[in-house]
Design a protein around this ligand. Sequence first.
Ligand code: BES
Ligand code: ZN
Ligand code: ZN
Length: 502
Amino acid sequence: MFSVKNETFLKEKEELLIIGLYDRPIKFEGELAELDEALNGQLTELVKEGDISAKKKETALIPTLGRVPVKRLLFIGLGKDKKADFQEMKEAIGAAAKTIKKVRLSSIAVALDSFVCERIEADDAAHAFSEAFGLASYEFKGYKQQSNDPEQAVEQVTVYTKAEAGVVSAALHVGYVFSQGTNSARTLVNTPGNLLTASDMADYARKLAETYNFEVEILEKEDIEKLGMGAFLAVNQGSVEPPKMITLKYHGQEEWKDVLGLVGKGITFDTGGYSIKPKTGIVGMKTDMGGAAAVFGAMEIIGELKPQQNVVAVIPATDNMISGEAFKPDDVITSMSGKTIEVLNTDAEGRLVLADAMTYAKHHKADYLVDVATLTGGVVVALGDDKTGALTNNEEFFEEVLEASNEAGEFIWRLPLTEKDKQRIRSSKIADLNNSPGREGHAIMGGGFVGEFAEDTPWVHLDIAGTADSSKASALGPAGATGVMARTLALLALRRPDNQEK
Ligand code: BES
Ligand code: ZN
Ligand code: ZN
């Protein structure tokens, strides 16, 4: 997809050349000055008239009318160079990708050095470009017989730069891999529940394992019964679709030690069970496997980039349905850990499947645990739909996750988890835990329940109920699934070996 050229773009017959513009204020230097000259100073003129602007995320498509070999110039505003920021640069590039989509071209070019400034080096600019371009070009094909909008995907991007080609190529690859892992997560989340059952998720995991040489284990219902995963089984009890406990292992080191465990909620559809959701709240519950999708997306990135970090991914996959056999409020169930749970609300099913998945990740020797889940409506009430809520039992590990999320540009915000909160989770009269201790602090109760199964293992919980999908398009993607946390989890795995050496 990407090729890097250490040449000038001035003589090349490109269909479209993307140029970044900083507000320094705008000055054309070097090759850009030559380009302006070949165009009789028209670029300078267009800047003066305000048709070309360096304002953040503004784009201007300028045809060159045969005066230079390149046919069109696409200027992207990057704002003040002194305030240049990696995440904002990605958003500006995303805006450009959307303009390119409308022009329908199969090949484009980038003047990479125009994106470089004191704060952004060529490799960062390359990473920003490929990641943002890959993310913003995403589209979920859907199931219409005929598309009324024939799309032309960009197949070839030529990157012109003076920086070392090897370094730029490597950074382009990393950014592109990040976008593709995220896009895979998006597609899983966008897929409806009838077309993505627990068995389909297991098949998906098998394919990933084959591609990247992961170890894969799919526990069938009988295995799950033998292991005593009563919490996971309870949620599946009303379903005709068999449950699957999916495990993927990536060996980043010879020895199976310092293992990072990634646990993703894989509810393929959440009706709420007997604590049934209202007809408005039930629509959209195909996204209740957003945590699993993030973990799969991260594993794809990990498989591509091969960090020296052992990773075990565990995904409990099932739907939450109603039937004569379904579990119901007041039931008491026994989890794999031995802890008993009083079910007060069958719609608080995520924490139940995660309970056994956490125990199972520990069984596979996870030394650190991150669970990701569309767990509570409460997190949306607390933080809005653009922030992922977090909980932890370990400050240091939380800092690592926070750093990864900052680098990924995926905002997380930590909520407290106090001893009193834990007491509420442990407040059942007839069991060790109760799965719904009341409305107050919903997000904390949900995540805190999962934390009971981390026990002493360093753990971070990420509640993506608000962020897994979006009702509006953003600079980096259309409305619908966001693929949130795939990049954060992957970065956590990629940065861990270095962090541990510190
Ligand atoms: N899957 C839902 C959470 C959810 C809500 C995800 C909205 C995405 C958008 C979860 O299983 C759930 O129903 N949680 C309940 C918990 C309650 C019954 C204790 C909630 O948050 O209302
Ligand atoms: Zn639910
Ligand atoms: Zn749910």
